[in-house]
Structure formats: structure tokens, C-alpha cells
Design a protein around this ligand. Structure first.
Ligand code: 13P
Length: 255
């Protein structure tokens, strides 16, 4: 399977930005700009924005995702949100294992794996984030780090379930820093991720997986990044908060 046959996905990760009212305004601004997109368009928004976001995007081609979910169906997990709470209101995607969750909130590959399994079982499509720290890249262990994350985060995920998994390669040193990985660096690691998937599953299964790049992706660099063979779109932070910039990235992925 070649790139042309894979689904390109541009997803915004709003992080801790926008109130419900602001979410509606932003989505109302984005919707007409991406209406003719030839790729999948997703906005992953804070929990309290989800209902407003789903309402605002009814009848549009924008899908809504959450920024995390818990693995248990319910219980004494103060501050957490279950998969059932998300699916009941119409959430389709969920970002898991984002480096900010790993760095600031003690998320580990084990918890990312549990969340991934639970999301898939509930019918949510996880966007599983992997990426190396700057120090790890400088120590030349990028491939070991990524291989470990892919193996552990997808532990016990079946080949059938893999069809609903999106991988986002987000080098931690490129997130919110303005330092984008070069298109060649992004391609190199995305190709490596696909090769790991081929080892863990098989080549056909690996070829069908959408692998996004994320990290200071914007309207100026998206064209070159998404032109790479193994880069099937992007997970966008800062630039997803500005309708025109996000729409320009969607346009780049629609070519
Ligand atoms: P920025 O695009 O702001 O660098 O964030 C990337 C990111 O973390 C998306 O999940």
C-alpha cells in the first residue's frame, strides 16, 4: 500500500486552551475553511469543550477528539474521564500518551497501553503519541526510545484493532519550541515507526497505519512535511488555535 492509499489526518490538539464558548467560535471559523478538505480533519479539545464542539461541528466534516481517557469503565478515579463518557456524547478520537502527560503527569508506557486498549474496546480511535527527548536524540538512542514506546504502548493491541490506531511522532524537543524537525528527520522516524509496526504485525498492517508528525508544524512548513512518504498528516498544537493557519495545514495535506 502506498501513501496515496492511506488516510491523511490533520488533527488539532488544543491542549488547555479555549473555553466552551471560544471553542464554538473557533470551530465556526474553521468549518467553512476546511469544508472541501481531502483529508480527515479532527479537533481534540478539553473535556468541558467536547459537548459544545460536537454541537458546533454537526453537519460538517470535522470530527471531535478528547485529549485523554481513563482505562476503567467507572470508579474512584478523581479527575479522570472514562471512554463511555466520551462515546456517549459522540467523541470519535482520543489523544493518548502525549509527551505533556508523560512529562508533567506521570504517564508511563504502561498507562498509555491501558488507556489505548480501553479506548479501542470502546470504539474510540486513539492517536498514540511517541517521541524522544532532546537528550535522547543527542545520545543517539531515538530509535531505541521509539521502538520501546511503540512496542509497549501497543502491547496486546490486535492487528484488527491496529486499523483504528493513529500514531503521532512528536519529538519532544520540537513541541511548542518553534523548532520543527526537518522534513527528512520526520520522515526518517515515521519510516522507522512503520518498520517497527511491520515487525510487530506485518507489512500490510503497517502500511495501512496513519502516522502523523507533530511539533511546531504550521502553515509555513506543513507542505514539505506532509509531502514525505511516511508522514500522513499532522498533530498540531499552537497553529490549530488559529483558524486560517489550521485551514492552511489542512489544505497542504489535501493536495
Ligand atoms: P505545537 O504544534 O504547539 O508545537 O504542539 C505540538 C503538539 O504537541 C501537538 O500534540
Amino acid at each position: 500500500m502506498d501513501k496515496a492509499k492511506r488516510k491523511a489526518i490533520i488533527a488539532g490538539n488544543w491542549k488547555m486552551n479555549k473555553t466552551p464558548k471560544e471553542a464554538t467560535e473557533l470551530l465556526n471559523a474553521i468549518a467553512p475553511l476546511v469544508a472541501d478538505a481531502d483529508c480527515e480533519v479532527i479537533a481534540c479539545v478539553p473535556y468541558v469543550d467536547l459537548a459544545a464542539a460536537i454541537e458546533a461541528t454537526k453537519g460538517t466534516n470535522i470530527k471531535i477528539g478528547a485529549e485523554n481517557c481513563h482505562w476503567a469503565a467507572s470508579g474512584a478515579f478523581t479527575g479522570e474521564i472514562s471512554t463511555g463518557m466520551l462515546t456517549e456524547i459522540g467523541v470519535e478520537y482520543v489523544v493518548l500518551g502525549h509527551s505533556e502527560r508523560r512529562q508533567y503527569f506521570g504517564e508511563t508506557d504502561e498507562t498509555v497501553n491501558k488507556r489505548t486498549k480501553a479506548a479501542l474496546a470502546a470504539g474510540l480511535k486513539p492517536i498514540v503519541c511517541v517521541g524522544e527527548l532532546l537528550w535522547e536524540r543527542e545520545c543517539n538512542i531515538t530509535e531505541e526510545v521509539i521502538a520501546r514506546q511503540i512496542k509497549l504502548d501497543l502491547w496486546d493491541v490486535t492487528e484488527e484493532e491496529l486499523k483504528n490506531v493513529v500514531i503521532a511522532y512528536e519529538p519532544v524537543w520540537a513541541i511548542g519550541t518553534g523548532k520543527t524537525a526537518t522534513a527528512d528527520q520526520a520522515e526518517e522516524v515515521c519510516a522507522f515507526i512503520r518498520a517497527q509496526l511491520a515487525k510487530l504485525y506485518n507489512q500490510d498492517a503497517a502500511d495501512a497505519v496513519t502516522i502523523q508528525y507533530g511539533g511546531s508544524m504550521n502553515d509555513g512548513n506543513a507542505d514539505e512535511l506532509v509531502s514525505k512518504t511516511n508522514v500522513d498528516g499532522g498533530l498540531i498544537g499552537g497553529a490549530s488555535l488559529v483558524a486560517e493557519k489550521f485551514a492552511a495545514i489542512v489544505k497542504a495535506a489535501s493536495k
